[in-house]
Design a protein around this ligand. Structure first.
Ligand SMILES: Cc1cc2nc3c(=O)[nH]c(=O)nc-3n(C[C@H](O)[C@H](O)[C@H](O)COP(=O)(O)O)c2cc1C
Length: 196
């Protein structure tokens, strides 16, 4: 296969500009992550569905797989809520629940699914997984929406402006964490961590 990878990756980049915070609970342990793969997955307005693609390396992947529930939150871009939005992004996207509790500093309430709803998010849907597709290094989950709410309103945060507001040290840490995730993905896909 002779693909121009730069072109392919540039065509595909930025298609989903809104970072979503995914939360779930499994065996009494609440956790979550940030994702740029959140989307709608239904054309039937009376039966909305949400979809998200989670990497198997991430703890949240196994938790959603086992519990069958997730909450997908959009974050607020409004100046007065921006610090809270960036705190959610940094907390859930910057480390793994494998290394300890990430939810302790986030304001939550228990949703109808039992999963935590982030009170400082812009808005959310709660979903029960109705289908999933195993794609080697990750799983695409589709869920029936069973609850929804708007908590802040206003503009939704996009990843570009958010990235510009994150501290350099956090981005360095995120990039360091990304290395083993990528190696794991290549192992699932090709059988080796460097893609050979
Ligand atoms: C902007 C952004 C987008 C991300 N998109 C995804 C994604 O689509 N799927 C995924 O599995 N991880 C994604 N991640 C990485 C996870 O959020 C990160 O690895 C997290 O620490 C995993 O935590 P966990 O092990 O507790 O689940 C993203 C992170 C950021 C900051």
């Amino acid at each position: 296969m002779d693909v121009d990878l730069d072109t392919a990756n540039s065509v595909l980049s930025g298609l989903r500009p809104f970072p979503v915070a995914i939360t779930t609970i499994e065996g009494g342990f609440a956790n979550g992550l940030m994702s740029l793969s959140g989307g709608a997955a239904s054309i039937v307005p009376e039966a909305p569905r949400a979809t998200v693609s989670l990497t198997k390396y991430n703890k949240t992947h196994d938790m959603v797989s086992d519990s069958g529930i997730f909450v997908m939150h959009l974050l607020s871009a409004e100046e007065e809520y921006l610090d809270a939005s960036l705190h959610i992004l940094r907390t859930l996207g910057g480390s793994s629940g494998r290394d300890g509790d990430k939810m302790g500093t986030l304001r939550t309430r228990t949703g109808v699914t039992g999963a935590p709803v982030l009170l400082d998010a812009h808005s959310y849907v709660e979903a029960r997984v109705c289908a999933s597709l195993d794609v080697q290094e990750s799983t695409m989950f589709v869920g029936d929406v069973v609850a929804a709410g708007v908590l802040r309103g206003g503009e939704r945060l996009r990843v570009g402006p958010a990235w510009g507001r994150l501290p350099k040290e956090w981005i360095e840490q995120y990039e360091a964490n990304h290395v083993p995730q990528l190696e794991s993905a290549r192992r699932y896909r090709f059988g080796s961590p460097d893609g050979d």
